[in-house]
Structure formats: structure tokens, C-alpha cells
Design a protein around this ligand. Structure first.
Ligand SMILES: Cc1ncc(COP(=O)(O)O)c(C=O)c1O
Length: 453
């Protein structure tokens, strides 16, 4: 097994960061200027998640390519951390947005459009849930789904998996600690109450712990990704998801599948690909082809239970809703993206490329006997610095190696390939080509070669 020499790694990282600074003077200058006016120097604080010390500034993006303000073109395997899984500015979505906003006019009019019905029907076909409601982000979809679940079950708590991410939702920011205790996630900003008051947490792939926690009888819903995607990719073991469904049904707890990232598994995400039967599905990011969009789908039974309750204010200030949610522009973008871009055929091609990516990365890992693994979920794949691949979030978190992450990210960026900043994740869009994937392999192999000789 090949062990990384940490001093050598530190030297390489230093070298790559110097190269990055020299290659990107306009991005460096733009960042300096922004510091006077933007909190943290960036439009959103997470944009400071950058392996190189400052972010690249965007000039143009189309399909699977991005150009920065210094004129470098990149193969974009990040794709907006799934927000651009349809590719950047896909033509059909651009046309629909122009038609709605420019020619017909109107984005926020407080009137429904017929596009929304089409989108609800299509999401129903893909995810198997008949009734849909829209948001502008996956975070909001999750927040509202949680509220509805609490309302109809009359139970106070939500259960999540350790090291999950479902957006900046108060109820999900907790983990299983080193001694098995349930604790607030490190760095949790201004939590209204300790999350253990509102939530329970267990490891993914751990049915006995799930059963133990459900037995308290206070859990309104399990909110989960069918495969974890925010701490590397952690796939469900055989029988795990069936077990989750069986246990949640037995304990009267609703099951919410968050398909925001696992949408990569196919046209209907993991729910469609694996025949899952959640009570609620939430989604966001890619579904609008880059235009802010999201939503939640309800089973007929859940919809009937909500409708059967008196005293729920779903119209005004009851805590479910957003003024701009379901707006005409957002649903026009979703319709075009689902109808013409993220089609069943497109997913087949994207998945094939992700398989090519996975095999190529595995070949490099094998050739150097590195203790790393690579995991694929449909159109996405991610490498992790441990082997075998982790079976839960805690294990995957323990295998984190920030220096190695940074080294590979900067090395690849300096040679025209972008990975997702928060992950070693590569995502394929309909415009990604085999040559793009092969370019990653060429650079990845060189980075590994510099690292281990
Ligand atoms: C599974 C999952 N759900 C929800 C979200 C929140 O998405 P957004 O920040 O677009 O609201 C994310 C973001 O990464 C996610 O990975």
C-alpha cells in the first residue's frame, strides 16, 4: 500500500497554490476589491471554500465548459455542485426563460401558469408521487416538508443520518459523536435550540440504531438521501432501504427522500431507479436547469391527511410558503429542463460517462496501490481517501484529508479541470464528452504521479 509523504504533499500544495496565483491575476484582483464591499469578500460566504486561497471569477459558462476572467477554459466536472447538472445555460431552458421573461413577460405575478401543471405531472411520472408544490431551493422544500410531516403526525422530531446535508435547515445539523452520542454539528451557527431537542440522528446503513430511535415514538419523519452524497458518496447496503421503509411504516413515521443530489441516479433519482416508496420527495438545484427551482412531492395519502386537517394555514403565514415560490419563470425553466434537457436518454449518456470516469480513476488508484476508493451514483462519482469505500457518514468523515483534497483541486484547476469544492466529486451533464472525462484522468494521473512518484 502506498503511503503519502506529508512533507512532500505540503511542498506540492505550496507549489500549486503559487502557480494558481500567477495564473489568475484578474481573479485575485477582483477578490481583493470585493473584500471592501462583500461580507467575507464573496457574494455568499461558502464561496470562500476554495483550495487555492481565492475563488476563480466567472466570465462565461456553456454546457460542460466554464471560462474565467483570466481567459482560462475549464472542463467543469463541478457543475455548480449539481445546480448545473443540466449543463450551463442549456439552450431549451434559455429559450423558455427568454420566452417567459422577455417575450411574454412576467416572473412574479402571483398568478399560476400552466407550465406548473406539466411539471407536477412529469415529476409525478418520474418519482411516483402525485401531488407537487414548488419552492426556489431544496432547503425550503425540506423545511416545508418537515413542517407538514410534524403537522400531520403530531410528533415533534425529525430523524436524519449522521453527516447528512439537506440545506441550512435547523433540524438536520447534528451528528453521531465519537462515543455514539448525538451532538450538534461543529460550527452550527446560531442554532435556535440544541438540535437534539428537535431531532435524532443515526448512522446511514444502521438499521438497529434506526429502530431504537424510532421506538421513542416521537419522530414525525425520517429525512434522508437514499445514498449519502455530502460526505463522499455512501451507497446503501443491500436491504437497507427496504428496512428503512419497513421500520418507518411500522412506527408511523413518514419517509422523506431528499433527491436533490441523488437525482443523478436517473430521471426519477434513486426513488425511480430503485423503486422506492417514500411518502414525500424533495428536490432542488438541477431541476430548473440553473434557474432557482425546487419542490416537494406528496403521496396521495399524505396529501389527503393534510387536507383533512382543520386549522392549518397553508395560505398565508402558517410557515409553509414563499412569495416567489412557484413563480412563472421558475416553472418555465423546470418544464423546459425536464422536457428537453434532463431527459431519460440524457441520463443514459451521463451515466455511461460517469462509469468511464469511475473506471479511469480506479485504474489510477490500482496502478499506484493507493488506499483510496471511488464510488459512482448514476451521473456522479467521487473519490475518497480510504479503501474499502466507507459504509456510513462517520467512517467517511474520519477518512477526510483536507490537504489532499486541496492539492488535487488546485492541481486540476491549474490544468483546466474543475472538481466540486466541497467534494472530490465529478458530475456529468448532457454536454460532457468522453474527451472531457479523459482529460480529467490525464491530469489526475499526473497529480498522483507527482505525489507518489
Ligand atoms: C441533499 C441536499 N439537499 C438540500 C440541499 C440544499 O440545497 P440548496 O442550498 O440549493 O437549498 C443540498 C445542498 O447541497 C443537498 O445536498
Amino acid at each position: 500500500m502506498n503511503v503519502i509523504d506529508r512533507t512532500h504533499l505540503a511542498g506540492l500544495l505550496d507549489r500549486e497554490r503559487r502557480t494558481f496565483r500567477e495564473r489568475n491575476p484578474r481573479s485575485a484582483a477582483a477578490y481583493e476589491q470585493a473584500r471592501a464591499h462583500l461580507f467575507g469578500g464573496v457574494p455568499m460566504t461558502w464561496m470562500n471554500k476554495t483550495a487555492a486561497g481565492f475563488p476563480l471569477y466567472l466570465a462565461e459558462a456553456r454546457g460542460a465548459r466554464v471560462t474565467d476572467v483570466d481567459g482560462h477554459e475549464y472542463v467543469d466536472l463541478c457543475l455548480g455542485d449539481t445546480g448545473a447538472m443540466a449543463g450551463h445555460s442549456p439552450q431549451a431552458t434559455v429559450d423558455a426563460v427568454a420566452e417567459r421573461f422577455a417575450r411574454l413577460g412576467g416572473a412574479t405575478v402571483m398568478m399560476p401558469t400552466e407550465d406548473a401543471t406539466w411539471v407536477g405531472a412529469e415529476l409525478g411520472r418520474r418519482f411516483g408521487l402525485p401531488y407537487w408544490s414548488f419552492s426556489l431551493t431544496a432547503t425550503d422544500a425540506n423545511r416545508w416538508a418537515i413542517r407538514l410531516a410534524r403537522a400531520i403526525t403530531g410528533r415533534p422530531k425529525i430523524l436524519v443520518n449522521s453527516y447528512c446535508y439537506h440545506g441550512s435547515v435547523d433540524e438536520v445539523l447534528l451528528v453521531v459523536g465519537p462515543d455514539g452520542e448525538q451532538v450538534s454539528r461543529e460550527g452550527n451557527v446560531g442554532a435556535p435550540v440544541d438540535p437534539t431537542v428537535t431531532s435524532r440522528v443515526v448512522e446511514f446503513n444502521d438499521l438497529p440504531s434506526l429502530e431504537r430511535e424510532l421506538a421513542y415514538g416521537d419522530i414525525a419523519a425520517v429525512l434522508m438521501e437514499p445514498a449519502l452524497t455530502n460526505i463522499g458518496i455512501v451507497l446503501p447496503e443491500p436491504g437497507y432501504l427496504d428496512g428503512v421503509r419497513e421500520l418507518t411504516r411500522r412506527h408511523g413515521t413518514l419517509l422523506i427522500n431528499d433527491e436533490t443530489h441523488t437525482f443523478s441516479a436517473g430521471p426519477g433519482g434513486c426513488t425511480g431507479a430503485w423503486g422506492l416508496e417514500p411518502d414525500i420527495v424533495t428536490i432542488g438545484k438541477a431541476v430548473g436547469g440553473g434557474i432557482p427551482s425546487g419542490g416537494y412531492g406528496l403521496s396521495a395519502e399524505v396529501a389527503a391527511r393534510i387536507e383533512g386537517m382543520s386549522g392549518l394555514d397553508l395560505i398565508d403565514m402558517g410557515g409553509v410558503g414563499g412569495t416567489l415560490a412557484g413563480n412563472a419563470l421558475s416553472v418555465a425553466a423546470m418544464r423546459a429542463t425536464l422536457e428537453h434537457v434532463l431527459t431519460d436518454d440524457a441520463f443514459a449518456g451521463m451515466t455511461e460517462l460517469a462509469t468511464r470516469f469511475t473506471k479511469g480513476v480506479q485504474a489510477v488508484i490500482d496502478s499506484r496501490a493507493l488506499p483510496w476508493s471511488v464510488t459512482q451514483l448514476g451521473a456522479r462519482a467521487e473519490y475518497r481517501f480510504t479503501n474499502p469505500a466507507p459504509r456510513d457518514g462517520g467512517e467517511s468523515n474520519a477518512a477526510g484529508d483536507p490537504d489532499l483534497d486541496d492539492y488535487l483541486h488546485v492541481y486540476l484547476a491549474n490544468r483546466g479541470v474543475l472538481l466540486t469544492p466541497f467534494h472530490n466529486m465529478a458530475l456529468m451533464c448532457p454536454a460532457t464528452s468522453a474527451a472531457d472525462v479523459d482529460r480529467h484522468h490525464e491530469v489526475f494521473a499526473a497529480a498522483v504521479s507527482d505525489l507518489v512518484g
